[in-house]
Each structure stands twice: as C-alpha cells, then as structure tokens.
Write a protein that binds this ligand. Sequence first.
Ligand code: NAD
Length: 456
Amino acid sequence: MTNDIFTDAITRLDKAAEYANIDAEALLKLRTPKSILEVSIPVRMDNGSLQVFKGYRVRHDDTRGPTKGGIRFHPNVHLAEVKALAFWMTCKCAVVGIPFGGGKGGVIVDPKKLSRLELERLSRGYIEAVADFIGPETDIPAPDVYTNAMIMGWMMDEYSKIRRQRTPAVITGKPIPLGGSLGRSDATGRGTYYCIKELERIRGWNPEDIRVAVQGFGNAGQHVARLLFADGYRIVAISDSQGGILRNSGIDITCAIKHKNAGRNVYSERSVCGCPICGSIECHCKTGDDSNGSSITNEELLELDVDLLIPAALEDQITGDNAARVKAAVIVEVANGPTTADADDILNSKGILVIPDILANAGGVTVSYFEWVQNRAGDYWTVDKVESRLHKIMSLEFNAIHDLMTDRGIDMRTAAYAHSISRLGKAIACQGTSQFFSASPDGKPNAENEATTSEH
Ligand code: NAD
C-alpha cells in the first residue's frame, strides 16, 4: 500500500461507481469526511501523575441518518485510520440498509497498561471531550478493538450526567441491564456466520470438509469460530496479538475460548498460544488423533492452505507483499480493512473469493441499530427476534450482492460497494443534483448554465 489507509480505502469508490447508480457529485461528497474532531484527554493516573491522551472522532457522512461507529483504544490509532473506519461505516450501513451514516472514534493508548480506575477515567474523559459532537440524533458510538460493554456503560453514564438526563440511545453495545440489546455481544460474528451459511448453500459445502483459519480471537473472531465449530467446520488455526496455533485435525473452539477467557480481567491476559493443545486436562483437543498442534505466527496463519481464511484482528494484514502467497479459496473479512487495494487485484487474479468487510462484519452495526431502536421505544426484544431479524437482513443483502457479482462478472467487494453507493447515491440525489439546480423554472435544462458548465 503506497497511500495512507484512508486514501487507499476510497479508491474502492471509483471502481464500484462503474456498476452503481450514483451521480459524480454524490461520489465527490463521499470522498471527504463531514467533520473531524481531535481532542486531548487529561487523565489523573493512580500514582498521582497526569497523563494526556490524544483522541479523535470522525463523522464521515450523515445523509442516510445519524453517524454510527465504534471507539477504538489502541496504541496505533491515527487520524487516517479513524477516517477510513468512518468511511467504511458509511458504506456498511448502506450495505445493510439501516438508517445510519458512518462515524468512528479512537484514542491513542495501550489500555492493557491502565488500571481499571484509569481506564474508567479515560473512558469518561473521552466522552466529556466529544460530548458536543455525539448524541442519539447526531453520532452514536459503540465498541471496537479493546473497548467493551462495560466501557460503553461508563460512557453512556458520563454522557447522561453531562446532559442531565438518562440517554441510553447515545451509545450501543452497552451491558444488558443498562439498556443493551440481547444478541449484541455476538452479533458481528453471527452476521459473518450467516454470510458463510449462504455461501455453504450456494457452493454445496459439507462443513466437515471445510478447513478454517481465524486471525484474531477477540469478540468478533471468537464468536464466528464458535458458531462454525458448532456446525462441524474444522477450525485448524487461530491466533491473537501474541501469535497462533495450528492443529490439522481441528481445534476444540469451546476449549480455546475457555482457555483464552479464563480469569479474564478487563482484557484477556491469556493468549491462544498458551492454549494447551494440549497439556491441559480440560482440553478436548488432547483426545483427538494428532494430539499436538504447533505454534505459528500471524503471518504464517494468513498463508495456510485452508478453504476459509477469516481475518478478525486489524487492518492491513493482506497486502501487496503477501497476497500472492495466500492459498485460501475464500476470505471472509471480519476485521475492518484487513486487505489493501493492491492486494485485491492479486487475490482476484488468483480467483480467491473475498466476502468484504462492509458486508461480512455488518451484523454488529445492524444489532446496534436494533439496540438504538429499542432504547428509543423503551421496548425490549427477545434474543430470537434480534437473531431472526439479523438473519433476514444478512441473507437478503448477501444474496443481492452475490447476484450482482455473478451478473456483472465482478469481484464481491466491487459488488458490495456498488450496492452500497447506489443507496447512498439515491439519498444524496434527493437533496438535488447539478441537473436539477441547472434546470430553468419550467424544468427544462438551463442553456446558460449548460453553456457555463460545458466551457469549464
Ligand atoms: P477485540 O478487542 O475484542 O479483539 C481483537 C483481537 O485481535 C484480540 O484477540 C487481539 O489479541 C487480536 N489482535 C490484536 N492485534 C493483533 C495482531 N497484530 N495480529 C493478530 N491478532 C491481533 O476486537 P473485536 O471487537 O473482535 O474487533 C476485531 C476486528 O473486528 C476489528 O477490525 C474491528 O474493527 C472489527 N469489527 C468489530 C465489531 C464488533 O462489534 N466488535 C464490528 C465490526 C467490525
């Protein structure tokens, strides 16, 4: 990738525009974020010293509704990344047809180095800093990497104190007793799972024959692995920030999740690398045929000879440097932006199907939308209602995009962007296009205006 991540992200617009119903001016509007806020957050540390953290909130586009997107706590957060993540949120909300635009936030911090009290002060400090920028009708945050339900609860509470009224709809992904939705915690992984089930039907797969590798074993990665494992898929490799494990006869995902989350503080202190394939008396992997797995790096995991590769960690994992060595038949992007634009061309030339992030991980924001609706109505749904509505949306949009891909002979990412920007284009055009504004009062094109535009 030669460009910054935001510039790389918006290159997908041009390619998709050819297959979408979108005006050139609407495309122009989508090229730049609506507004950007940079904040500094002073936090009193437990040892009495003051530290000042830098944070961002970006609202990319709100034509289809209030902007919506997570808050990331990570040492590598930077503005171009937050802008790219906000842009992807705009496209994602349009892919699944929910009435939101795209936003995103982030704080440059290694949250694992903070105490619980410091983490709470930072979370509340961030909301204090962005309180005039967010709101249930303007911009609605949610969890992302290294933020979770408890942090969302603190943030909602802080916003409510500032506004002097309880405002659950300002943030989603909250704990259930504070107004969270049933089914939100596994919604991202579940949405991905529904996409894979559609592909299974189309391709006539037998789950036991499908070898899967999952990079990133956090909220999103664990749930998709759990659901696939329960259906008989063979998960042969998993990883986290410290590295990964490989076991050809399959990893017992129930056991790996138990190991990873055991004694969990705010963040998991255990790595899947220590998952005792085996060595643990509890581990079911031990009873399998090839008892011992082996360690692999995150880079090696991406190049494994598997049927399904699921990047579920961070962006920029499959790039122009390693794409040629990727052997998976299908890549399902649970992470946002794991594949760079130059890697796309290589993967496409190898015939690898990529189910793109803006579709594959859209289950999270879809159930966040359900949470926002429930908060505003004061009427809470059963988990069955949440899951069946999510299932309906994910399969409908997956099939619409798959059909567009097949009919037009294009890759699935281009089809997903075309599907998304057609919806965005329609909404932007409702506010008037150059054709509308250059027409004379009787509705005929204004010759003067036409002449003016054609001369320049
Ligand atoms: P999380 O914090 O729960 O988990 C992140 C996981 O990635 C952890 O297991 C961590 O160890 C691992 N990781 C970090 N750096 C890594 C590296 N360099 N290599 C391999 N693994 C690494 O985060 P999450 O919510 O599961 O988010 C994961 C991805 O999914 C992100 O790209 C996020 O934007 C995307 N996503 C999440 C949601 C959601 O609802 N949580 C929704 C849509 C998209």
